[in-house]
Design a protein around this ligand. Structure first.
Ligand SMILES: [Zn+2]
Length: 288
């Protein structure tokens, strides 16, 4: 089996996967705190612990999805924010070889989520299409799939759609730029905006569904921001289908399609939930 890892800023998810691209068996998903506040050593120790928890005689390799920019050829983190302090330059393949004598691959977590959805989830029937994914979580992750693979290059800014400028001179983003998509469509931003209108809470979208005026107006602004974001994504990564995942999609629940319909795009909801990165790490490992 393959040890599959999804390393984010707050937790490291790990699950064993057996099988091939057609039929796989996914074992129990476990979570470990990333311990990013402890710096690089804390993160590396947490990663070690996560892999060790599943290591055994029947393990063939380690498939990793991680926050940050990853060079998929070398499995090295080429860029990371302070979410993963000190990790720029970290070599996943070398780490797994030195500590466990196992081969390893690594891919950016948002790209992994898209690849996971394409191979095992909502995107399966669109494998011959051009597909973008927006993961609306605590941040906004992006990915682009065309000609059967993830497309990540300078032209589409490596799929960092969360940091496309939505509002000129808008809100200051953690990346240092102003007006990024992430500042308007992430779970954090949506909570903050709703809170400012006095409508925060888990039932924002339910009340929208029930036709409460304030909530309907709030969602209309959200829809407009989503449409504008997709218009901008279209310019750098022309797509036929958009998959939306992340905590915000789950939050919208049964109102997902009433919110995302009629924006002029073919939008579908992700189906692998917070396991998408694990599945994508595995699909990437098998394509190495
Ligand atoms: Zn930004």
């Amino acid at each position: 089996m393959t040890i599959c890892i999804d390393m984010g800023a707050t937790e490291i998810k790990v699950a064993p996967i057996k099988g091939n691209e057609d039929k796989i068996i996914v074992g129990e998903l476990k979570k470990f705190p990333t311990n990013a506040s402890l710096g690089k050593q804390g993160i590396v120790d947490a990663l070690h612990k996560a892999i060790l928890s599943l290591n055994g005689a029947d393990v063939y390799g380690v498939a990793i999805a991680s926050a940050g920019d990853i060079d998929t050829e070398s499995s090295v983190i080429t860029y990371a924010t302070e979410n993963l302090p000190g990790m720029i330059g970290f070599d996943f393949a070398q780490f797994c070889k030195d500590n466990f004598n196992l081969p390893a691959t690594a891919i950016n977590d948002a790209h992994a989520a898209l690849l996971g959805e394409m191979v095992y989830g909502a995107g399966q029937e669109y494998q011959d299409k051009r597909v973008v994914m927006l993961t609306l979580g605590s941040g906004v992750g992006g990915g682009y799939y065309a000609d059967g693979n993830i497309v990540s290059n300078e032209e589409n800014d490596y799929g960092r759609f969360g940091h496309i400028c939505l509002e000129k001179d808008g809100r200051l983003c953690t990346c240092g730029k102003k007006g990024c998509v992430e500042m308007y469509l992430s779970g954090r931003a949506i909570h903050r905006d709703a809170d400012a209108l006095g409508i925060d809470g888990p039932d924002i979208f339910e009340k929208y569904g029930n036709g409460e005026q304030k909530n309907v107006e709030f969602v209309n602004v959200l829809r407009a921001n989503l449409k504008k974001s997709l218009d901008l994504v279209m310019q750098v990564s022309p797509f036929d289908v958009c998959i939306i995942g992340g905590g915000v999609a789950d939050w919208m629940e049964q109102y997902f399609y009433s919110i995302t319909d009629n924006l002029g795009y073919n939008i579908i909801r992700a189906s692998l939930g917070n396991s998408a990165g694990i599945y994508g790490a595995y699909a990437h490992y098998n394509r190495r």
